[in-house]
Ligand binder design. Structure first.
Ligand code: ARG
Length: 251
């Protein structure tokens, strides 16, 4: 009887070993849960790459949120245009990319409370005859595909007048080369691009004022609540302000 029991035990143990060793590599070495952030790391100072490392306001805030959730952050870089679909499919847990809350996007994903304000601005070559939004009429406008700047300018100035690039930086190259007459993009990346490139300026007029928030899959209200709680804490204790001040100097 004893022998039978130990045989069964041994068999059970073996089964367990087999099952355990078949576990996919989903567990990280340090055994922390991984939380995946979908972003487009071509949008300084919110997200950008320095060598292989992801940096920026969103990356730092997401790192703190992950800590609050007891998880480890993994950044997944993709086209801005793909982030919402990726969130919907569950390929990433949330999307964070200086992403503007819009009514259209609210139909596709849920948004957390807002953690920053964005402004769509117009960049032109210094000395351009474009001085105001009205002057954009009939001009060629460069944008980043799928962004609010892209969507709104196609509406306001006609699809045939807007050239959508996969990266904001590519729109800037087109502006410098004369392929487009203006670029419409969020103010902080605009400032970064103008600082990196000589001969560009940002018009005084603001095209649109918007709220940035984190996109979560509609069904995943548990995660939405957790991120909102984390955001609330990180706002109250000054962490978010500190992170933003690390990248943006107060005017
Ligand atoms: N705020 C704009 C939008 O939501 C542009 C965001 C672009 N972000 C990025 N990481 N490329 O449409």
């Amino acid at each position: 009887m004893k022998k039978v029991l130990s045989l069964i035990l041994a068999a059970a143990l073996m089964l367990c070993f087999a099952a355990c060793s078949q576990q996919p590599a989903s567990t990280t070495p340090d055994n922390a849960t991984v939380i995946k952030m979908g972003t487009n790391a071509a949008f300084p100072p919110y997200e950008f790459k320095e060598g292989d490392a992801f940096k920026g306001i969103d990356v730092d805030i997401a790192t703190e949120i992950a800590k609050e959730l007891g998880a480890k952050l993994e950044v997944v870089d993709m086209e801005f245009d793909s982030i919402i679909t990726s969130v919907q499919k569950g390929e990433v847990d949330f999307g964070m990319a200086g992403m503007t809350v819009t009514d259209e996007r609210k139909l596709e994903v849920n948004f957390t409370s807002s953690y920053a304000t964005g402004v769509q601005v117009v960049i032109v070559n210094e000395g351009s005859d474009i001085k105001s939004l009205d002057d954009l009429e009939g001009k060629k406008i460069g944008t980043q595909l799928g962004t609010t700047g892209d969507i709104y300018s196609k509406d306001d100035y006609g699809e045939e007048n807007v050239v959508s690039y996969s990266k904001g930086a590519d729109a800037i190259i087109a502006l410098k080369g004369g392929d487009v007459d203006a670029v419409i993009i969020d103010n902080e990346p605009a400032k970064a691009f103008v600082a990196q490139n000589e001969g560009l300026e940002i018009l005084e007029t603001e095209y649109a004022i918007e709220d940035y928030a984190i996109a979560v899959k509609k069904e995943n209200t548990e995660l939405l609540d957790k991120i909102n709680a984390a955001l609330e804490k990180l706002t109250a204790d000054g962490t978010i302000d500190k992170i933003i001040a690390n990248y943006i100097s107060a005017e």
